[in-house]
Ligand binder design. Sequence first.
Ligand SMILES: Cc1ncc(C[n+]2csc(CCOP(=O)(O)OP(=O)(O)O)c2C)c(N)n1
Length: 575
Amino acid sequence: MEKMAERLAEAKGEKKEFSGSEILLLSLLKEGVECVFGYPGGAVLPIYDSLYSGSLRHVLARHEQGAIHAADGYARATGRAGVVIATSGPGATNLVTGIANAQMDSIPLVCITGNVAQSLIGTDAFQEADIMGITMPITKHSYFVSDVNDIPRVVKEAFHIATTGRPGPVLIDIPKDVSNAKAPFHYPETVSIRGYQPHCDPHPIQVQRLHQAVREAKKPVILAGGGVVTAGAEEELIAFAEQARIPVTTTLMGLGGFSGEHPLWLGMPGMHGTYAANHALLECDLLIGIGARFDDRVTMGRLDKFATGAKIVHIDIDPAEIGKNVDTFIPIVGDVRKVLQAANRGVPCSQSEEWLQQTAEWKKRYPLKFQDSEESVKPQWVIRHLYETTHGKAIVTTDVGQHQMWVAQYFQFAKPRSFISSGGLGAMGFGFPSALGAQLARPDETVICVTGDGGFQMTNQELAVAALMNIPVKTVIINNRCLGMVRQWQEVFYQERYSEVDLTASPDYVKLAEAYGVKGFRAKTKEEVVQVWKEAMSHPGPVVLDIWVTPEENVYPMVAPGSGLDEMIMGDEKQ
Ligand SMILES: Cc1ncc(C[n+]2csc(CCOP(=O)(O)OP(=O)(O)O)c2C)c(N)n1
């Protein structure tokens, strides 16, 4: 750190010249970056040589996908941009899933790739890949830096674009000759990009129309999405819902954006949503979507059966979202927090007294439930145990599959940025590295990674990072010896023709953890789960828990693809 501070001091002298890679690092320091995730290679050798000074904390992942998911977890846990560095060709292409993941969930990332020298571009040079072309549809913006003098402006713009408006991943591709070239360092104080002026303040007339609609509504409901978390609008949302007397359902990405312990909360909607949330969406007369994009896991793509009797209000920072999936009666473009602040000034009370009784009755009559067992370990019971023993005070990351849905259902998230999951892309392999990033960002929190035996095997090489840096993530493998969510679909929709979902030939996860120098425990009974979880929580370092659960368990409620929200399978007949 000191060395780079000296370099920064030197940079103030006009004549001093720096290499492009030094300028890059100086620019990152100017942006307040504390930690970068990455993996070296030929095209980024100059950058890694500059990193040798120790000026910037670098986390050496064991695969670039691990690096980018860790940077993503860091970003989700803090709201700041995550930074990842990869070399050209295979290093860059290994970032692709992580970039798409961040784009789908609107996560701010700055992805720095090296490329071959400009004299070699287009020659099929060793480790050359057109990463800008490959990632064009999955980045918010991208830069190919052809002049060393552009690096400070590009970095400044990249952070600005990644973190403002609707956040997203920005790629900076730097050919090796530019990293090696020399220039003085001047970091711009301000940024102004023609054609990129995110619209933040709502139109006052639209807010008045929202008030009018609330005043008239008898059966209003709020659908709150990830935009509430991104905007840091949780307090404004509570104030709005309480003043207007409107129940709230939060999407997967919105979990924690409205407390799961609040009496107005109806649970998560959609394919594995609660009866109360889905029926509120079916029967409402006013639907206020806030930072939610009405995706097909919520609407089931059956718009003919979705909120058909409702006026739809859609609040979103991204005008492209308005009208994309549902017809909108009152569009309000703006930063969700600012819109709610404006809406909270003079928001009327809706006429929802009967409706609130109705939704509360649904919540009571149709709670989430599962058939517990004393002989075996039910996955839902495990999640509830984690919730109860931590009193919900934890950051939980998940992988993708059944366990992800059970976490969403049975861990009642009370705080924003406490649930970290791959929502839009549904990328297996996300859970474990994102937990490492989240824990590095928020070292004082308990970070739990709930993963599947399938998903964990996609990025478990990052155990090396956990061990080396003693990152105390508690990894809970919900081990059902199969690709559970696929098995469930094959059972329900493909007449139990189980095709390629058997994972019985998996490694011994306890030994695997130990091979990396991480503590491992196995539990096959409830008593063992209680015991090993207690030990895991009292161990100061990383832990892997291999918890054997009943493999035939399914996630319910469930709405089958092609069905509407009125056709929920509650699962009782199975139990
Ligand atoms: C990279 C990737 N490949 C394939 C899938 C499709 N997929 C969704 S859930 C799932 C099964 C996950 O199994 P596991 O990790 O064991 O979790 P479980 O469902 O058993 O909880 C699969 C294969 C995916 N989401 N991501």
